[in-house]
Ligand binder design. Structure first.
Ligand SMILES: [Ca+2]
Ligand SMILES: [Ca+2]
Length: 243
């Protein structure tokens, strides 16, 4: 019965590859509307279907004027989307933290997510960021912790011009000592330089997965096409501030 054994092994291998992706956050739940005036930091934790059951969001306005905004899955960002935006002459940043339910923007790198396996026993080889776009060039940094002292990071360059793209980052592209099979905390940071003030950043989802080469090519094409339709959603700062 050697043939049946081989067939069974082949089926098992296929089912392993076809295992469902691990959605870190598709922004389909946990609506958030955060704003920070000059010198302020605003945080909010919201429950939902994201990894660990909670997203701890934080925005900081380092300047003395203007405002920074974070809109997730609301009427302004659009359903299932994240939009970070700065007014002119503003130096700000945002953070999305996933570290289990602690109702705090302080990152619990010790226990947090309880040792989640982002690789799903080797089925996933990296993290896919979809719908990434920015009107001005910037960077997004994703950090993975597996203990208080073990972390790995990768900084994603985001080109200017609101060109929407899907960015896949292999686990082997990260720098650091994190064990991706026993993850305790995750953080996405967008820290925009003052010289890039007025930046708007879009993001649609963060998923641990293994993209097929063919689907990567299709996503690349789709991204270019979608990029043509990205609207500038900057808030009408002057009218709102005057109100
Ligand atoms: Ca949390
Ligand atoms: Ca936290």
């Amino acid at each position: 019965m050697r043939i049946f054994t081989l067939a069974a092994a082949a089926l098992m291998a296929f089912s392993s590859v076809a295992q469902a992706d691990l959605i870190i956050d598709d922004f389909s739940s946990g609506s958030q509307t955060l704003s920070a005036a000059g010198g302020a930091t605003t945080t909010e934790s919201v429950a939902g279907t994201m990894i660990g059951g909670e997203r701890d969001s934080l925005i900081t306005n380092f300047g003395s004027e203007g405002r920074v905004d974070l809109d997730i899955n609301n009427s302004f960002s659009g359903a299932g989307m994240t939009l970070y935006s700065e007014s002119n002459n503003t130096d700000g940043k945002f953070e999305l933290v996933y570290d289990g339910i602690d109702n705090s923007s302080v990152i619990d790198t010790a226990s947090g997510l309880g040792g989640i396996d982002l690789t799903q026993a080797g089925a996933n080889t990296g993290i896919l960021f979809t719908g990434v776009a920015s009107d001005l060039g910037t960077t997004l940094t994703f950090t993975v912790w597996s203990s208080t002292t073990d972390s790995s990071s990768y900084t994603i360059p985001v080109s200017s011009g609101n060109i929407t793209s899907d960015v896949f980052v292999g686990f082997n592209q990260f720098s650091g000592t994190a064990d991706f099979t026993t993850v305790t905390a995750l953080r996405l940071t967008g820290d925009v330089a003052l010289t890039q003030n007025g930046t708007d950043i879009n993001l649609t989802s963060i998923v641990a997965t293994t993209p097929e080469p063919a689907s990567l090519a299709i996503m690349g094409l789709g991204g270019l096409l979608a990029g043509c339709g990205v609207a500038r959603r900057r808030r009408k700062q002057a009218s709102e501030l005057a109100a």
